[in-house]
Design a protein around this ligand. Structure first.
Ligand SMILES: Cc1ncc(COP(=O)(O)O)c(C=O)c1O
Length: 466
């Protein structure tokens, strides 16, 4: 006997076994069910942590199924049957029970219970008594039986799923985002709601929007505020329409956006998956918890914080929605990046980024034409860079003049994706036209920042006088 995955083949077979075989249906006291209700039940299985189901093969032939349901507080309810007549009365029942005990041990259960709801099924009752079940309840038309499961003491730890963090590594944040949305929208034609501040470049495409294009998802945007947080009225109005299956919140530049508790409540009430884009800094913490604690899912970029060639990861925080944990072989993180990720000294990296950001703020000379996007650095935020707003159409010139002085900066995002309509989201375009992101990364220091600020203010003076 082999215990195997209960797959689609077993699903079809079990329909025939339990609905078309009158004797088995009677013995197992199975109610009528349809193919559709069976499919719904099957699709809900990956989300369930209190239900395990297995297929049984004898001589390589599918022969039955068993499971443990209502798993909680160290116990669970066993059910099972061998459907192929030729295998009855040959001792397979006992082997099946031993397999069920092994599975119960692996799940850390200390007892199993079961119901026999057809008291004429003497074969089953005798089997259960012979493998150590005792009666614990008898009714007029049923019995409940229980067996203690001895602890399974192994030489080394074997239980993977119990202590495994639901974190999965991939080549990039966009690969992980694609993985999440392809699962969430697998059987749904609802839309994804996204912030109206997403850019792209010819060289790098769009880290946020390429996964939407790749999965051919329907989408809509919500308005953003001057600090890039989502306009909460617009978010509420859109989510309450019932058209959306998921919302994306981007924590731009490592700053936590919006009142996330409020967004969580909204998403729970309207059955919308909450996805947090933490690509800009996996080091930020809020209330001692790592960024990305609110969403059903969150995803991160490694190569934006440490100098690895690639790398990203995603986290499954809640099990309301199914999400595949399998990263395709061609989208796996490189060993080299994983190695650097493990070896990096994050306490020092955090400290340097925070110190550098604070140094910009302390040395900032108030000026009507340029201003920091976030003039204070809240506790726990580990910034990607120091975003500033450069007004009067000077940003472009400023960017190139800084390059002339050996200062490389970027503009996230200088070009909006074309799907964001300028007439509907003028503020998004205004920010995109004016934003400039100065470096705060761990290779910079106070001297470098003094040099940047001195040159930046000189350039602005020059541009004003031009
Ligand atoms: C907000 C945001 N999310 C996700 C990504 C994608 O990150 P990665 O380059 O790791 O795919 C980017 C960058 O492109 C980004 O700016």
């Amino acid at each position: 006997m082999k215990i195997v995955e209960f797959d689609n083949n077993f699903l079809d077979l079990s329909f025939d076994w339990l609905q078309k075989d009158a004797e088995l249906k009677w013995l197992t006291v199975t109610n009528d069910f349809s193919k559709e209700s069976q499919a719904n039940w099957f699709n809900s299985l990956p989300l369930k942590t209190d239900y395990k189901i297995f297929g049984i093969k004898i001589n390589d032939e599918p022969a039955g199924a068993f499971g443990i349901k209502n798993i909680q507080n160290g116990t669970g309810e066993y059910w099972g049957y061998i459907a192929i007549r030729a295998y009855l009365g040959k001792g397979y029942g006992k082997i099946l029970m031993q397999n069920a005990f092994d599975q119960a041990q692996k799940l850390g259960l200390n007892s199993l219970y079961l119901y026999v709801k057809n008291l004429e099924n003497k074969r089953a009752i005798n089997l259960y008594l012979s493998v150590g079940f005792d009666y614990i309840e008898t009714g007029s038309d049923y019995v409940k039986m229980q067996k203690k499961i001895p602890p399974h003491i192994t030489k080394e730890a074997e239980q993977r799923n119990v202590f495994e963090a639901k974190i999965f590594f991939a080549q990039s944040a966009r690969a992980t985002f694609s993985n999440i949305v392809s699962s969430v929208f697998k059987n749904s034609d609802k839309k994804i709601l996204m912030p109206a501040y997403i850019g792209e470049t010819d060289k790098e495409g769009s880290g946020v929007f390429d996964p939407i294009r790749e999965n051919r998802l329907k989408f809509e945007f919500y308005k953003i505020e001057k600090d890039l947080s989502g306009n909460i009225d617009d978010i509420i109005q859109k989510i309450t329409s019932g058209k959306f299956g998921a919302i994306l919140i981007i924590h731009y530049f490592g700053f936590i956006q919006n009142n996330m508790e409020e967004i969580v409540k909204l998403c729970e009430y309207y059955d919308v998956a909450l996805i947090e884009d933490c690509a800009h800094s996996f080091l930020t913490v809020q209330n001692e918890k790592k960024i990305g604690q609110f969403g059903d899912f969150s995803f991160y970029s490694i190569h934006k914080i440490i100098p690895s060639l690639d790398g990203g990861f995603f986290k499954i925080n809640k099990t309301r929605y199914y999400c595949s944990e399998v990263v395709e072989p061609n989208k796996k993180i490189s060993l080299d990046s994983l190695d650097l990720y493990v070896r990096s000294d994050y306490e020092t990296i955090k400290q340097k980024r925070v110190e550098n950001y604070s140094y910009y703020i302390e040395n900032w000379k108030s000026n009507d034409l340029i201003s920091p996007l976030y003039p204070t650095l809240p506790k726990g935020i580990v910034p990607l860079n120091f975003p500033i707003i450069v007004k009067n159409r000077m940003r472009e010139k400023c960017y190139f003049k800084l390059i002339d002085r050996n200062i490389l900066t970027c503009s996230l995002y200088y070009r909006m994706i074309k799907e964001i309509d300028k007439d509907i989201f003028p503020l998004s375009y205004e920010i995109a036209d004016n934003i400039l992101n100065l470096p705060v990364h761990q290779d910079t220091n106070k001297d470098a920042i003094e040099y940047i600020l001195k040159n930046l203010f000189e350039i602005i003076e020059e541009l004003i006088n031009d």
